[in-house]
Design a protein around this ligand. Structure first.
Ligand code: NCD
Length: 303
């Protein structure tokens, strides 16, 4: 694996190995703090980010390496009209590895052709977000003890939510996964994903309410409505509060339910839920750094 553009770029065995490394980093952080000495990570963020960019940077710093980059396209030569391909070719002269977020679907893939160093897709438009998926898989493994035999509900903006798309793709690899898609009709998952689920005989159902399925779920994956992907603000305002998870809605849920959210949260999980032991979204935040440390080690082939 030279780049990570799509979650299916890596095998199930490679995902297992990344999860094992992340767990070892959690147990023995001291073993890793010099592993990337003299290595540099560039974070090229053409779209806003808090967790993804900072977890990448913290990951490289905790490995003893350094970081450089930009957090908005205005501060790079993209604002002068430079192509993504020329930008990454330049950055590849200074850094050993690149994590890139871009509003255009496919931009990190295009970047990987000219960078000359490994490129990681840190989110491309409404398409994919493979490192959030690795974070999510690590969290599911740690919280549920397994990646197979799960019933997972995805709730919210399943049309534009790239973390949902990548996680669904990853879950097609595991046995006996059942998917419940909870969204308004206008925000349902793209047709190509439904086609993939059907062709692989993955059991999935679609529903409009979370209450109707809550008691059956092992995992509830909440998402925010992706305002920046809407053509029309009025549609966003109409749809943004369709689902709000409150303690009352969790009354019928399993005691072992794992409540996930890639964050940022807007209104879709009431802050009262945060004290529920089943709320795992801030554990996801922590896990995000450890799995990115594991990924950097793998892509840089550091032993
Ligand atoms: C997500 C993203 O950027 O797609 N956030 C993240 O990386 N953790 C989710 C979102 O923005 O809603």
């Amino acid at each position: 694996m030279k780049n990570l553009i799509d979650i299916l770029d890596i095998t199930t065995e490679e995902i297992d190995a990344l999860i094992d490394t992340a767990n070892d980093i959690i147990e023995n952080p001291g073993k890793y703090n010099e592993k990337c000495r003299h290595k540099k990570l560039a974070t090229l963020f053409f779209e806003p980010s808090t967790r993804t960019r900072l977890s990448f940077e913290a990951a490289m710093l905790d490995l003893g390496g350094s970081v450089l980059g930009f957090s908005e396209s205005n501060s790079s030569s993209a604002s002068k009209g430079e192509s993504v391909s020329d930008t990454v070719r330049t950055v590849g002269c200074y850094a050993d590895i690149i994590a890139m977020r871009h509003p255009k679907e496919g931009a990190p893939l295009a970047a990987s052709f000219s960078a000359g160093v490994p490129v990681i897709n840190a989110g491309d438009g409404g398409h994919n977000h493979p490192t959030q998926t690795l974070t999510d898989l690590l969290t599911i493994k740690r919280e549920c003890g397994r990646l197979s035999d799960i019933k997972i509900g995805f709730c919210g903006d399943l049309k534009f939510g790239r973390t949902v798309h990548s996680l669904i793709m990853a879950l097609t690899r595991y046995e006996n996964v059942e998917i419940v898609l909870i969204s308004p009709e206008e925000l349902c998952i793209p047709q190509y994903l439904k086609d993939i689920l059907r062709s692989q005989n993955i059991k999935f159902t679609e529903t409009r309410t979370m209450e109707s399925v809550m008691s059956e779920l092992d995992i509830l994956y909440m998402t925010r409505v992706q305002r920046e992907r809407f053509f029309n603000e009025a549609d966003y305002i109409r749809l943004r509060d369709t689902y709000i998870l409150t303690p009352e809605k969790l009354e019928d849920a399993k005691k072992t339910l794992c409540i996930m959210h890639p964050l940022p949260r807007v209104n879709e999980i009431s802050t009262e839920v945060d004290v529920d032991p089943r709320a795992c979204y801030f554990k996801q935040v922590k896990n995000g750094k450890f799995i990115r440390m594991a990924l950097i080690l793998k892509l840089l082939e550091v032993k």
